[in-house]
Design a protein around this ligand. Structure first.
Ligand SMILES: *[C@@H]1O[C@H](CO)[C@@H](O)[C@H](O)[C@H]1NC(C)=O
Ligand SMILES: *[C@@H]1O[C@H](CO)[C@@H](O)[C@H](O)[C@H]1NC(C)=O
Length: 417
């Protein structure tokens, strides 16, 4: 199954997270190809393409991509009964944590709008009611990710050769929301802020702030898809993901978006984790994540170098190849993830869909969002569960799957990353 996030873009020096400089770029290219162009096996017709819009006046506001170019988004206008409803989807694509890895992004759409093209909308973004039963007629906006820090930083820097780099995720977020307000979002009746992976973390970071942009009578909710990164040790006992986040937070000066109550007793890096963020969010939020998130297993639990030899390579690429000892380690990961979701379970008006399928990002693809072979919990597809929660059609919208491999609806087509 395609993911939009294949490489963590991690530094070369740290053991366990080493990635050669060329690899992230290649992976980013693959990412673009897979996310936006790969045909999905169950579909025949080709999905619609939506053009890129560059943010007006971005340079004056300092709201720019890593290379200083204006950021961009894709807007498809809503129609009929959806014309006053807005869904904002923040693109993902890991993070850059060093000047070097951020500079590497400037030759791709993840660091420069010079490389952004029209994209195809499918899954939760699609305009066909069969593939997307509840949101198909909404105004749908995909915001491109070109800052490298989940739309959250505000700083400047230089790459090793002295080229200026802009870490302006927060200003990009604000400039995009301002521009959309001027295009009709100011009269929205219902809105949903979402995104996948690093974009999903961004949706959590900005959720309450987005709520405050609308009058009380407007329905504002947030949906996090594969953004529930957890602070666990890798196989070698190192806190690799914490170290990565720590570098991202400091390089990009991520602070203003972090919840004040968290910052009072924790350091900013801890407050960048979804498990801390959800404690502070007061807007109704739905957490969608696999308990065996393939990206997290590959990059958080078992990053290259965190285990000897080849023992984990085959297991982390395809869960069907894991030994029973390895599966026990994965169950341990699931247990930690589920325990950190207790906060969400206890909140009224929140929703959960925590499946046991080995996958990462399930909303932007027909195949996982809503199709005959979608993962199901309580006999509901993700689209149905999210719709039930958003529109209050049912009360039981907190669904947590049993342990892998108990769920027969985890298609083998979703089982590889
Ligand atoms: C998703 O499904 C719709 C409706 O069946 C189809 O038009 C579209 O092409 C599909 N998207 C992709 C990416 O295959
Ligand atoms: C999984 O195991 C099969 C059978 O041993 C092997 O052919 C395949 O290459 C393995 N997959 C990965 C990703 O290592």
């Amino acid at each position: 199954m395609a993911t939009e996030l294949l490489s963590p873009l991690l530094p070369q020096r740290r053991r366990g997270l080493a990635v050669a400089a060329a690899v992230p770029l290649l992976a980013l290219l693959l990412v673009v190809v897979i996310f936006f162009h790969a045909p999905l096996p169950t579909t025949v017709s080709s999905p619609e393409r939506v053009d890129l819009t560059l943010v007006a006046g971005a340079r004056e506001k300092g709201a720019v991509c890593l290379d200083g170019s204006p950021p961009g988004y894709h807007l498809r206008r809503g129609f009929s009964s959806g014309s006053h409803n807005w869904l904002i989807y923040l693109e993902g694509g890991a993070w850059c944590n060093t000047a070097k890895s951020c500079f590497a992004r400037t030759v791709s759409s993840f660091g420069s709008s010079k490389f952004m093209r029209a994209v195809k909308f499918s899954g939760i973004l699609g305009n066909d009611h069969l593939e997307n039963p509840d949101f198909y007629d909404w105004n749908i906006v995909v915001v491109r990710y070109c800052d490298g820090a989940s739309f959250a930083g505000d700083a400047e820097g230089e790459d090793p050769d002295g080229t200026k780099l802009f870490f302006r995720g927060l200003r990009i977020w604000e400039a995009v929301v301002d521009e959309l307000m001027g295009k009709g979002m100011d009269t929205a009746k219902q809105t949903l802020l979402t995104g996948c992976s690093a974009g999903s973390l961004a949706a959590l970071l900005h959720c309450d702030n987005f709520r405050r942009r609308f009058p009380q009578e407007v329905s504002v909710k947030c949906l996090s898809d594969a953004g529930f990164f957890i602070d666990v040790k890798d196989l070698s006992g190192e806190r690799s993901i914490w170290s990565l986040f720590n570098e991202v937070v400091h390089l990009h000066n991520v602070r203003e978006v972090l919840p004040k109550d968290c910052l009072q007793n924790k350091d900013p890096t801890e407050c960048f984790f979804a498990s801390e963020l959800i404690k502070s969010i007061s807007t109704p939020t739905f957490i969608l994540n696999s308990a065996y998130d393939s990206w997290q297993i590959q990059n958080v639990l078992a990053p290259d170098g965190s285990y000897p030899g080849q023992a984990w390579s085959s297991c982390k690429t395809d869960i069907r190849n894991c030994s029973s000892t390895q599966i026990d380690v994965l169950h341990g990961f699931r247990k930690k993830l589920v325990s950190k979701l207790k906060v969400a379970e206890d909140k009224r008006n929140w929703g959960l869909f925590i499946d046991s399928c080995f996958t990462h990002c399930q909303t932007p693809f027909n195949i996982s969002w809503h199709s005959p072979i979608s993962p199901r919990l309580d006999d509901r597809t993700i689209a149905e569960a999210v719709g039930d929660w958003y529109f209050g059609r049912r009360q039981d919208v907190k669904l947590i799957d049993c342990e892998y491999p108990c769920n027969p609806t985890c298609s083998s087509r979703l089982s590889t990353a």
